[in-house]
Ligand binder design. Structure first.
Ligand SMILES: [Zn+2]
Length: 313
């Protein structure tokens, strides 16, 4: 769906509400109070009112849109632009496009949608063969700006991220200049420190015990064998790292480029949200137009509220 088609289909608030409503009804609505599946549509409150007990479920309640005062049209436009543009869009740009006075609510809306993406991605399990690496992403945090930078592997203005790439080893003899495996999914987790325990927790959040993990010799990976069936560890020179762990390196550099492309600066507190958006789109790279529909489905799901991992306004 190109932009012209999109604008034709959703020209105003009413058409956007109708679309959110249709998606919600397609999923089926069950009354939280009495379990009835029969509802009236209430145009005054944009709600589904239970035919039996009158319990009111608004389009926003329990969803990512709960407690937001922004029109449904904003949400649909944000979903469209975040999923259907190759590079994504910044909050400042979206604010301009929507002609909204204040930056803050638009910024919060986008972060909420990113957190939805992160929750959706929890369904991908990283069973099989996983390339694992750690990476630094440039971030800023206002409180720490005046501290002198630390030396070594970590420093101020950088956030540590554990990156997992699930790969499928190719059968037969590897071709020259071709990667010996194909890429499936990626997951990125911001970690507070580099201890083996923290790293294990981050890895465990996505993987299954029956996984083979390939990594370099970084000390954060010291205790991986405690949580997965096999840990193949190779100490590699930096210049050879992309040969030994090709996909995880490709993903790290793509993510860095994607982040820089949209934002001048990413605040450390919100880095996870940006990474969630990146991974969500990579993991659904063959979805095409469906990416838009899927995020709407996630946005009207009333299981979001309270799950948001980051306070985003
Ligand atoms: Zn009811």
């Amino acid at each position: 769906m190109n932009f012209i088609e999109f604008v034709k289909r959703y020209p105003d608030e009413a058409s956007c509400i109708a679309h959110f409503r249709a998606i919600k009804e397609r999923q089926g609505i069950v009354c939280k109070k009495c379990g009835s599946r029969e509802h009236y549509w209430n145009t005054t409150y944009n709600s589904h009112d239970c035919k039996r007990c009158r319990y009111r479920l608004t389009l926003r309640s329990g969803t990512v849109m709960e407690s937001s005062k922004l029109p449904f049209q904003y949400w649909l436009y944000a979903i469209y632009l975040m999923t259907m543009t190759k590079k994504g869009i910044s909050a400042l740009e979206l604010q301009r496009q929507l002609g909204h006075k204040r930056y803050e609510p638009i910024w919060a809306m986008m972060h909420k949608l990113r957190s939805v993406m992160g929750i959706r991605d929890e369904q991908y399990d990283f069973e099989g063969v996983v390339e694992l690496d750690d990476a630094f992403f440039k971030t800023h945090s206002e409180e720490k700006d005046d501290e002198p930078p630390k030396r070594g592997r970590g420093s101020q203005g950088q956030s540590k991220v554990v990156v997992m790439a699930k790969v499928e080893p190719k059968v037969g003899r590897p071709k020259k200049h071709k990667k010996s495996s194909s890429f499936r999914y990626v997951k990125m987790v911001v970690v507070p420190d580099s201890s083996a325990l923290t790293v294990n927790q981050a890895v465990q959040g996505g993987t299954r015990a029956v996984t083979t993990i390939k990594s370099d010799g970084w000390r954060g990976f010291n205790r991986l064998s405690e949580i997965v069936s096999k840990h193949v560890r190779r100490t590699v020179k930096p210049e050879e790292a992309s040969k030994v762990l090709p996909w995880v390196h490709t993903m790290i550099s793509n993510a860095k480029r994607a982040l820089l492309g949209i934002n001048h600066q990413v605040k450390a507190d919100y880095l996870q949200n940006y990474l969630d958006e990146f991974c969500y789109k990579v993991n659904r790279r063959y979805f095409g137009k469906e990416l838009f529909d899927r995020l709407i489905v996630a946005a009207v799901a009333d299981t979001w509220y309270g799950k948001a991992r980051y306070n985003c306004g």
